[in-house]
Design a protein around this ligand. Structure first.
Ligand SMILES: N[C@@H](CCC(=O)N[C@@H](CS)C(=O)NCC(=O)O)C(=O)O
Length: 216
């Protein structure tokens, strides 16, 4: 059977999060780039696959799925050789889910609230209330990491791959993370994740694009 295909934009944090999960799990995956700057997601051929026109989008032998964290869960359940990345144990899995939802509904949303207007709406500064809001969320993440090596326990899971892609955006835009020693320590450990360097390349492109539009 053909490997699943991931429609992917390297500058997108969620898209990199799904790819990082695939690399960690070890799924052979075909990557097809969708250039959001060229609005390729609005092509009729892509709209037929995903009318919501967002990346990442997965096509597994005709089964179409979007939402990066749902893709990571699906890939882990279907292809992982063991349950390290997405535990079967009810409570360990629930904790991974909690961290995934924390990223999808809180951390990533706050990063997007800052970066999207800078990238696409002519904003040149970061509003203090958005900065405070994100820093507040980072405090929670730093707290999660105060007693465990990884974000949902003592081994890496798809919560780490998802949050790693979000946090890599912050490093790439030069966010001040000095008040979050646990995040910094964890992020160093993330360098051991398969696909980390590939993620960094996309994050750098994202960060350069944001920094170019920020008032110095
Ligand atoms: N919650 C979604 C977010 C997906 C998303 O917003 N993708 C953006 C790039 S970061 C996108 O494809 N934007 C293009 C569009 O919506 O037309 C996920 O985690 O996959």
């Amino acid at each position: 059977m053909a490997p699943p295909k991931l429609y992917h934009e390297p500058r997108s944090g969620p898209s990199r999060g799904a790819l990082l999960a695939a690399r960690a799990i070890g799924v052979p995956i075909e990557v097809e780039k969708v250039d959001l700057m060229k609005k390729e997601q609005l092509k009729e051929s892509f709209l037929k696959i995903n009318p919501q026109h967002c990346v990442p989008t997965l096509d597994d032998d005709g089964f179409i799925l979007w939402e990066s964290r749902a893709i990571a869960c699906y890939l882990a359940d279907k292809f992982a050789k063991d349950d390290q990345w997405y535990p079967k144990d009810l409570q360990r899995r629930a904790l991974v889910n909690q961290r995934l939802y924390f990223d999808g509904s809180n951390l990533y949303v706050k990063i997007r609230a800052i970066c999207h207007p800078i990238l696409f709406l002519g904003e040149t500064e970061i509003k203090p209330f958005l900065r405070d809001d994100l820093n507040n969320t980072l405090k929670f993440l730093d707290g999660f990491l105060s007693s465990t090596k990884w974000v949902a326990g003592d081994n890496a899971t798809i919560a780490d791959t998802s949050i790693c892609s979000s946090v890599s955006n912050l490093f790439a835009i030069g966010w001040d993370l000095t008040n979050y020693p646990n995040i910094q320590r964890w992020y160093k450990n993330c360098a051991s994740l398969p696909g980390f360097d590939e993620n960094q390349e996309g994050a750098k492109q994202f960060g350069d694009a944001v920094k170019k539009n920020l008032k110095q």
